[in-house]
Design a protein around this ligand. Structure first.
Ligand code: SF4
Length: 414
C-alpha cells in the first residue's frame, strides 16, 4: 500500500442542528418511557411508523440503536453476550449487538445523552419483514423480555412488479394492526391524523431525495459517508416538521456547495456507488481513505432506502403499503440491476463497490452474480469488499484498503 495523503473531511454546517434534534428526540422518548400517560412503540426502520405516530405513540427504532452501537465500535464486544443465549454470530449483527447491549446494560445513548440510562421500554413492538426476517426475531426477544405485545406485517420478498394482488394483502395487514394499537394507546384511530402524518412523511421523503440528488453535480457536495449520518432524521423523525425543517436547511447548504463547486472530495477524480450496508465502525476511516485517493463515494442503495415515492395522504393505506413494498431490498434481481444502472448513468459513476456484509445477506447483493452482470452490461468495474455492518471481526482493514487502492489504480489506467 502506498503512503496515504492527508485527508480532510469537510464539515457540513447543518450537523450541529442535526445533533440537537436527535438529542431532543432521544430525551423525548426517554421522558415518554418514564411517564405512564405516554406510550412507546418500537418499530422496524421501514415499518408502519406513520400509523403509530398518528395514534399518539412515541416511536423508537431499534435499528438506529444498532447503527449507533456499530458507529461507536461497541458492537463487537457486545455480540458474544447474545451468542451466549443462542443467537448465532452468523445472523444480523444489529440484532446480536443490540441484544448484547441490553444484556450487558451498555448503550451509546447514556454516553451521548446525560441522564438517559437505557433504551425506552416498549408498550408495543411493530415489525415489517419487508427487509428481512431478523427484525421479527429481534423484536420477539424484546416482546418476551418486556412482556409487551408484538404485531406486524409479513411482506413478500424478491418481488418483481408490485402488483395490486401483492398490495391488497399488505393493506389488510396494516388495517388489522389498528384495534391492537387502539387498545395499547387508548386512542381511537383517526384517518385525518393519519393523512397529516403521511403528508409530513411524504415531504420528508421528497426533501431527502433532493438532498441525495445534489450529488448528481460534479463535484458532488456530500459523500455517502456523510449521508449515512445525515439520514438519521429521515429514519427516526420522518412524519414531523422537525425533520422537514432540518432537510430544508441541509439542502440549502448543499445547493450552495453545488453553486460554488465545492466538492466533498477535493479534486474529485472518480465517482463511486456503494452497494450494501455501511461498515458503521469504519465510516470516518473509509471516508478519509477515499478522499486521499481523490475518489468520491456519492450514491448508494442504503441511503436511498428512505425515499418513499409512493406516499399519498389521499390514499394513506394503499400508498403506505406500496411505499414500504417498493423499496430496493424487497425487489428481485432484475429490478435491482435496473435501479443501479439508472443511478450509475445519472450520477456519472466510474465504478461500483459492493459490500458483502457477513451477517446481512439481505443487503449484500454481490452473492448471485450481480457485480459480474453489471460490470459487463455497463462497462463499469466493480469491487467487492468483505466486511460487516457491525461486527468488525469480519473486516480486515488492511485487505480492504489494498483492494480499494488496486481498484482505483484500475480506474486510473482506463
Ligand atoms: S436488513 Fe440486514 S442489517 Fe437490517 S435488520 Fe435485516 S439482517 Fe439486520
Amino acid at each position: 500500500m502506498g503512503e496515504e495523503k492527508k485527508a480532510v473531511i469537510k464539515k457540513i454546517q447543518a450537523t450541529g442542528q442535526m445533533k440537537k434534534i436527535m438529542a431532543d428526540y432521544f430525551y423525548d422518548l426517554d421522558n415518554a418511557a418514564k411517564d405512564d400517560s405516554q406510550k412507546v412503540a418500537w418499530c422496524t426502520s421501514v415499518g408502519p411508523a406513520e400509523l403509530l405516530l398518528s395514534m399518539g405513540f412515541k416511536v423508537y427504532y431499534p435499528e438506529n440503536h444498532g447503527a449507533m452501537l456499530g458507529a461507536t465500535r461497541m458492537a463487537s464486544n457486545l455480540i458474544p453476550a447474545a451468542n451466549a443465549i443462542g443467537y448465532s454470530p452468523d445472523i444480523c449483527s444489529y440484532l446480536t449487538s443490540d441484544i448484547g447491549s441490553y444484556l450487558k446494560k451498555q448503550t451509546p445513548l447514556s454516553m451521548a445523552y446525560k441522564g438517559i440510562e437505557g433504551v425506552p421500554k416498549p408498550d408495543v413492538l411493530v415489525f415489517n419483514t419487508n427487509q428481512c426476517r431478523d427484525v421479527q426475531d429481534w423484536l420477539s426477544w424484546y416482546s418476551r423480555e418486556f412482556n409487551a405485545p408484538i404485531i406486524g406485517i409479513s411482506t413478500f420478498c424478491n418481488i418483481g412488479d408490485v402488483t395490486d394482488g401483492v398490495l391488497s394483502g399488505i393493506v389488510h395487514q396494516i388495517k388489522e394492526l389498528i384495534p391492537i394499537l387502539e387498545k395499547v394507546s387508548g386512542n381511537k384511530f383517526d384517518i385525518d391524523k393519519f393523512r397529516e402524518v403521511m403528508a409530513r412523511s411524504k415531504r420528508c421523503s421528497e426533501l431527502w431525495k433532493k438532498v441525495l440528488e445534489t450529488n448528481t453535480a460534479s463535484p458532488a457536495p456530500m459523500s455517502f459517508f456523510d449521508a449515512t449520518i445525515h439520514m438519521g432524521p429521515a429514519v427516526v423523525l420522518r412524519g414531523s416538521d422537525t425533520a422537514n425543517d432540518y432537510y430544508e436547511l441541509l439542502l440549502k447548504e448543499l445547493e450552495e456547495r453545488v453553486a460554488n463547486k465545492t466538492g466533498a472530495v477535493e479534486d474529485e477524480k472518480f465517482r463511486l456507488y456503494w452497494e450494501g450496508m455501511p461498515i458503521w465502525g469504519k465510516l470516518r476511516n473509509l471516508s478519509e481513505f477515499f478522499i486521499s485517493l481523490n475518489t468520491a463515494v456519492i450514491a448508494s442503495t442504503y441511503c436511498n432506502s428512505w425515499i418513499f415515492n409512493a406516499f399519498d395522504p389521499d390514499d394513506p393505506f394503499l400508498s403506505m403499503a406500496r411505499a414500504y413494498t417498493e423499496i430496493f431490498i424487497v425487489r428481485d434481481e432484475n429490478y435491482k440491476e435496473k435501479y443501479i444502472e439508472d443511478i450509475v448513468d445519472r450520477f456519472k459513476l466510474d465504478g461500483i463497490v459492493f459490500h458483502d456484509s457477513k451477517t446481512c445477506p439481505n443487503n449484500s447483493n454481490n452473492r448471485y452474480g450481480m457485480p459480474e452482470r453489471l460490470a459487463k452490461k455497463l462497462s463499469v468495474p466493480t469491487l467487492t469488499i468483505n466486511g460487516d455492518l457491525n461486527d468488525l471481526r469480519c473486516y480486515s482493514e488492511e485487505q480492504a484498503k489494498t483492494n480499494i487502492e488496486a481498484f482505483i489504480e484500475q480506474l486510473d489506467s482506463k
